[in-house]
Design a protein around this ligand. Structure first.
Ligand SMILES: [Zn+2]
Length: 155
């Protein structure tokens, strides 16, 4: 059965042929031919070493490119999510809201890190005749006091 054509298979076949020719040259006591074949075999081994190094180098580059491809795909995914999120957010100073969601998002986190972090309502009160709601961000620890909107207090 014929071996499939591979670099390794070809190298093995070539190596075997050179060794066989060296053996024949020795048997025929042809010193010149045996020396030439030894030189040829040495060159062949060096060439194979260089080829193996090149293959290893190409494999490393392939792995690096695969990793870069994954990182870029992740970056594209993050950017798409960021663009989608930005399109969904509605700025009602000083807070951000998302359509269909009455709980506001932290403006510091959204404008800084592009992260949608819900604020926590921790009460309300009337100040100078204005009803205000207090909001707290668990991530950046900022506090916000805003006039209570009818839409947010009674959705
Ligand atoms: Zn925050």
């Amino acid at each position: 059965m014929v071996e499939p054509f591979t670099t390794l298979g070809l190298a093995k076949t070539t190596s075997d042929l050179i060794k066989e020719a060296m053996s024949l040259a020795r048997s025929a006591k042809n010193t010149d031919l045996a020396e030439k074949l030894i030189d040829l075999y040495r060159d062949f081994v060096e060439l194979m070493d260089a080829t193996q190094q090149k293959i290893a180098e190409l494999q490393r580059e392939t792995i690096e490119l695969s990793q870069q491809k994954l990182q870029l795909a992740q970056k594209v995914d993050d950017l798409e999510k960021s663009v989608r999120l930005k399109a969904e957010m509605i700025f009602t100073p000083p807070l951000y809201f998302r359509k269909g969601d009455s709980t506001p998002f932290c403006p510091a986190c959204f404008e800084g890190d592009k992260r949608a972090v819900h604020l926590v309502n921790y009460g309300s009160g009337t100040y100078s005749g204005i009803q205000k709601t207090h909001w707290y961000c668990k991530l950046c620890k900022n506090e916000f006091s805003c006039p209570t909107k009818p839409s947010t207090s009674s959705p």
